[in-house]
Design a protein around this ligand. Structure first.
Ligand SMILES: [Mg+2]
Length: 188
């Protein structure tokens, strides 16, 4: 009997991103994304989710809980992007993932968040760096006075949020690798 065909990396990524359409809880984050809230409040909510992820991934070392909060961050960042006027979120995240993979293959990035052997603390640092850049993008938006500059600043904020979503997607991809579970949890 033939062994089942192994899922390729693009297939894993597609499956991870499909959660935006299939999981009710993630969809709720995705669809709301703080639609009517100020950017500062959205940043507070995103950072709070990152804090829960830190509790899960670094303190409790639970992959199951990490997966839950990674999904929430992916959903929330994606919804925020929609609230800024972009509707083609999943292709944008996928294109950003391609860019990250290219940077890793060309040696410009030292490691990939898709790897199950890269320490979660390192992945968390990458995510926090990206969330920090979202804060910086809000600063820039706040400082703009001319409409033309505001459009560019919103695009910049959108790009940074897509990068948050892409890092989260890469981390989720790493959890899909068989045998990457910890503390007796089953990888699902
Ligand atoms: Mg960035």
């Amino acid at each position: 009997m033939n062994a089942p065909a192994r899922e390729t990396a693009p297939m894993v990524r597609t499956r991870v991103l499909a959660v935006l359409d299939s999981d009710k809880d993630v969809m709720r984050c995705y669809l709301s994304g703080g639609q009517h809230e100020a950017n500062d409040l959205k940043l507070t909510r995103l950072t709070a989710l990152a804090g829960r992820l830190a509790d899960s991934a670094l303190m409790a070392e639970s992959q199951n809980w990490s997966r839950i909060f990674l999904h929430k961050i992916l959903g929330y960042a994606s919804g925020w992007v929609v609230s800024l006027g972009m509707t083609w979120v999943q292709p944008a995240i996928s294109a950003e993932r391609d860019r990250q993979d290219h940077l890793f293959r060309s040696g410009k990035h030292q490691f990939s968040c898709t790897s199950p052997i890269v320490d979660v603390a390192r992945k968390f640092r990458v995510l926090m760096e990206e969330i920090g850049e979202v804060a910086e993008a809000i600063d820039r938006l706040e400082a703009t006075s001319k409409p033309h500059n505001a459009t560019a600043a919103i695009m910049h904020l959108t790009r940074e949020l897509i990068q948050v979503a892409a890092v989260t997607t890469a981390w989720l991809e790493s959890l899909e690798t068989p045998g990457s579970s910890t503390k007796g949890e089953k990888a699902s």
